[in-house]
Ligand binder design. Structure first.
Ligand code: NAP
Length: 493
């Protein structure tokens, strides 16, 4: 390995840009980010549907090393996209990014102690491989009968058809998750009829979004401790949410009361109230932050359809009660294939192990970051690092912090190969699964965290401060470091 290892990063979203920036700030110059899209930004580049915005206050949904002057408490998509690109430009990492280049496979070469990537732009080698593919990058289109037979445009929220004029049209929206609750209020005033197909409702909290006044913005600029205080208070609030969903579930009735109050104060019609009030425990599905979802549902041109969809027809949607509603366009707000992580990229570790094969039952990784048999590989926002609260930017920074700790340890010990020990990974996994069983996400609702077999490759069952603590240094004995391909282990701790 060269004096300072080379790093390949797959994905140019918040994870890839953040990792490249943090690595370069630590003096790692040989960093290449592969991004299959034409721009960096990840989900914020793709999710351009009307109303797309952050649901974590922006003072926490930003890199800790790049505070921004946001226009409002919860920044809209375009502003977040401009921020990620701005950070990449400002820290000089745009030159490290190869856009329009998909990584098809990555294979560990044991003899040479490096990763070989097959990309759309040719072969590439790197000492260390980081995946930063996100968990919500592959749109999920459910197998709804007849969808292909629909005559009009039907598209996913993450693949918004800006060429389709919805004004004055009859539109059907399928799904009532975080994406739907943003898109429905945004398009409701434009369309003649909006049918929202709900399978099961989720709890909401008031978002209390507002634009920062010039005075507030000037204050944040003049007194940086003020914005740090705001950031800390948001973090603390998110931690209370994390506790309520995991070890302190006695807090949930308070959360439910907030959600119920929001429904009751926004909706007068008892039938609509009944339809939108979830039977599930609050927090089992992601709590949705909104100020305009219920008011939009209460509009005269909106119908909330709670009958199951029987079939899509060429001219609309027929429900299980046999009622057909005409539609000119269908919006699929149906979420993402979140359990595939790095797929479709094929990752092959030592002794020809395939990552997809290792994950055949459920994706698992030590601290969400490393997998036995896959040396010099770290997964950012990997398995079990999602939360019901908290900012993914913080999670990503913790992950990169762990990678930097690993690199430092490798340098200190002169190692060129690092691999998590199977026993450490197993013991972490046991601890994780035991903690997950008691969380609200496993209380019996349908959510995108838990698969149809009850496996959970998604959630972190503790506080975010715990994630930081556990990732900031390498636990003694957790990793095996060695100097050269399969040569003497230098041990750790
Ligand atoms: P989602 O939460 O997975 O919601 C998908 C919706 O589609 C659900 O209402 C689901 O119903 C429904 N659905 C799925 N298959 C269906 C079918 N066959 N028939 C009828 N309905 C069907 O997806 P999402 O709204 O895109 O959100 C995913 C995640 O992305 C969020 O949890 C959040 O982490 C993130 N996100 C964040 C923001 C933000 O503000 N930063 C915005 C959007 C998304 P069931 O609930 O009954 O399964």
């Amino acid at each position: 390995m060269r004096a300072r290892p080379s790093v390949a990063i797959v994905g140019g979203g918040f994870g890839g840009v953040g990792a490249a920036t943090m690595l370069r700030r630590e003096g790692y110059e040989d960093v290449t980010v592969f991004e299959k899209g034409e721009r960096v930004g990840g989900v914020w580049q793709h999710n351009t549907y009307p109303g797309a915005a952050c649901d974590i206050p922006s003072h926490l949904y930003e890199y800790s090393f790049a505070p921004n002057r946001w226009s409002r408490r919860y920044a809209p998509q375009a502003e977040i996209q401009a921020y990620v690109e701005g950070v990449a430009r400002r820290f000089g990492v745009l030159e490290n990014v190869r856009t329009g280049t998909e990584v098809k496979s990555a294979t560990w070469d044991e003899q040479r102690g490096c990763w070989t990537l097959e990309t759309g732009g040719g072969r590439h080698e790197a000492d260390l491989l980081l995946t930063a593919c996100g968990q919500l990058s592959v749109p999920k289109v459910p197998p709804i009968s007849g969808l292909d037979s629909f005559d009009g445009p039907a598209f996913h929220t993450a693949e918004w058809r800006h060429d389709v004029e919805l004004a004055g049209k009859r539109v059907a929206v399928i799904g009532t998750g975080c994406s739907a609750i943003q898109v429905v209020p945004a398009i409701q005033p434009l369309v003649t009829q909006l049918d929202v197909y709900q399978r099961s409702p989720g709890w909401t909290f008031p978002k209390m979004d507002y634009e920062y006044s010039p005075r507030a913005r000037a204050l944040f600029k003049r007194f940086p401790p003020l914005r740090r205080l705001d950031r800390a208070s948001i973090y603390a609030f998110q931690e209370v949410g994390a506790a309520a969903m995991t070890s302190q579930r006695w807090l949930l009735p308070l959360f439910r009361a907030v959600g119920r109050r929001q429904i009751n104060s926004a909706i007068a019609d008892p039938e609509l109230r009944r339809k939108v009030t979830p039977a599930d425990e609050v927090g089992c599905k992601r709590i949705m932050l909104t100020d305009d979802w219920y008011p939009a549902l209460a509009q005269a041109n909106v119908d909330l359809v709670t009958e199951r969809i029987a079939t899509v027809t060429p001219s609309g949607i027929r429900d299980a009660a046999g009622i057909e509603r005409a539609a000119d366009a269908i919006v699929l707000a149906t979420g993402f294939a979140s359990h595939d992580f790095v797929a479709p990229m094929a990752i092959t570790g030592s002794e020809g192990r395939s990552l997809a094969g290792e994950w055949a039952d459920v994706a698992r990784a030590y601290l969400g970051l490393s997998v036995p048999g896959f040396p010099n590989l770290f997964l950012l926002y990997g398995p079990n690092t999602n939360g019901g609260t908290g900012s993914v930017i913080n999670t990503l920074e913790c992950g990169v912090g762990h990678v930097l700790a690993a690199l430092r340890e490798m340098e200190r010990s002169g190692a060129s190969r690092i691999e998590v020990r199977a026993e450490a990974a197993k013991s972490f996994d046991r601890e994780l699964r035991a903690a997950l069983a008691d969380t609200v996400w496993h209380s019996g609702c349908s959510n995108w965290y838990v698969d149809e077999n009850g496996n959970d490759p998604s959630q972190w069952p503790w506080l975010w401060s715990t994630y930081r603590r556990r990732t900031e240094r390498l636990e003694p004995g957790a990793y095996e470091l060695s100097k050269a391909p399969t040569l003497a282990s230098v041990g750790l701790g």
